[in-house]
Design a protein around this ligand. Structure first.
Ligand code: HEM
Length: 123
């Protein structure tokens, strides 16, 4: 899939577009550091390997253990939805091939919901 969507160039464009939206998002922007260059770099590595490209993230940082790495951020359903909205916009921005877009988005939706570490608030 990594090669099919255009390899490194496409992943780079997707991740840059994604964090552009994250920076502007009222629900999640405050969770991220002002300087997102490391975040961007790690997300490029991670998505490269998630999509079947070289295992760049694990080679540098070891097992992703993504849920554990997110435990010190408060992530509820609202944050997960915000993250996915930013990804949806980024996919639009770069015109990701619709054939792969659906599969990738579904995969990321599962991962985003797996990151939820705050119970839903009952009103
Ligand atoms: C790191 C938020 C979902 C992959 C981070 C960081 C935050 C964050 C605040 C730390 C940024 C930094 O300090 O540089 C969130 C929120 C999510 C979410 C609110 C909503 C569900 C995801 C998903 C993925 C992902 C779905 C994967 C597809 C990563 C990676 C890192 C990261 C790879 C870098 C980890 C490291 O430090 O090595 N995320 N994230 N995140 N996130 Fe997420």
């Amino acid at each position: 899939m990594f090669e099919a969507i255009g390899g490194e160039k496409t992943v780079n464009r997707l991740v840059e577009a994604f964090y552009h939206h994250v920076k502007l998002h009222p629900v999640i922007s405050s969770l991220f550091p002002d300087d997102m260059s490391e975040t961007v770099r790690k997300q490029k590595q991670f998505l490269t390997q998630l999509l079947g490209g070289p295992q760049l993230y694990s080679m540098e940082h070891g097992h992703p253990m993504l849920r554990a790495r997110h435990l010190h951020f408060k992530i509820g359903a609202e944050e997960a939805d915000a993250w996915l909205t930013c990804m949806d916009h980024a996919m639009n921005d770069i015109g990701l091939d619709p054939e792969y877009r659906k599969i990738i988005f579904e995969r990321l939706s599962k991962t985003a919901h797996h990151m939820i570490n705050q119970p839903a608030i009952n009103h």
